[in-house]
Design a protein around this ligand. Structure first.
Ligand SMILES: Nc1ncnc2c1ncn2[C@@H]1O[C@H](COP(=O)(O)OP(=O)(O)O)[C@@H](O)[C@H]1O
Ligand SMILES: [Mg+2]
Length: 157
């Protein structure tokens, strides 16, 4: 499998990968979390590390379900695309994408307590949780096209 070169020049190798495509319905928050944590078990993380990863994944998937396909006509369903890689350096990467409405201003969306959700229902802490519970977070979005969230986590040696 292909490798990736780190900034330091060190080459880290992909040892396993998984792709999922799930309808953006609320049941699939639990599905995605369970599938990813089962897959991550291949790197033998601690209970705490796995808990952190599960929280981060939940937030990203929930955003696809709650926000991305908000304007879709009744009866139509959008999809969540998930790509997970395990690396030999005890690193996992999880990429979660949608083809939904996108985010106009990503920097603003990432600010704590910023939400476009229903008042009282959302608290605008999702991106903060993703950032705090992983080692790397990137959010790329194009209005009208969709959003891609990439997270990396390094499990302790
Ligand atoms: N996948 C997405 N598609 C469209 N908009 C999104 C997506 N993810 C996040 N957003 C936007 O970013 C805001 C902040 O997200 P987040 O920090 O998870 O807070 P919350 O979900 O509680 O609103 C959301 O309210 C929404 O406007
Ligand atoms: Mg959220």
């Amino acid at each position: 499998m292909i490798g990736e070169k780190e900034k330091s020049g060190r080459r880290i190798r992909v040892i396993n990968e998984m792709k999922l495509r799930l309808p953006a319905i609320s049941e699939n928050e639990a599905t995605a979390r369970a599938m990813i944590s089962a897959f991550a078990a291949g790197l033998d993380p601690t209970v705490e590390e796995l808990g952190d990863l599960r929280c981060a994944v939940s937030e990203a998937v929930t955003n696809c379900i709650v926000h991305a396909y908000k304007g879709l006509p009744a009866g139509e369903v959008g999809y969540i695309y998930i790509s997970v890689r395990l690396y030999d350096a005890r690193r996992i990467s999880v990429e979660i994408s949608d083809n939904g409405c996108g985010i106009e201003d990503v920097e603003r969306a990432r600010r704590p307590a910023y939400t476009t959700g229903e008042p009282g229902e959302r608290c605008g802490m999702g991106f903060l949780v993703m950032e705090n519970f992983t080692d790397f977070l990137s959010v790329k979005s194009r209005p009208g096209k969709g959003t891609t969230v990439l997270m990396r986590k390094n499990f302790k040696p």
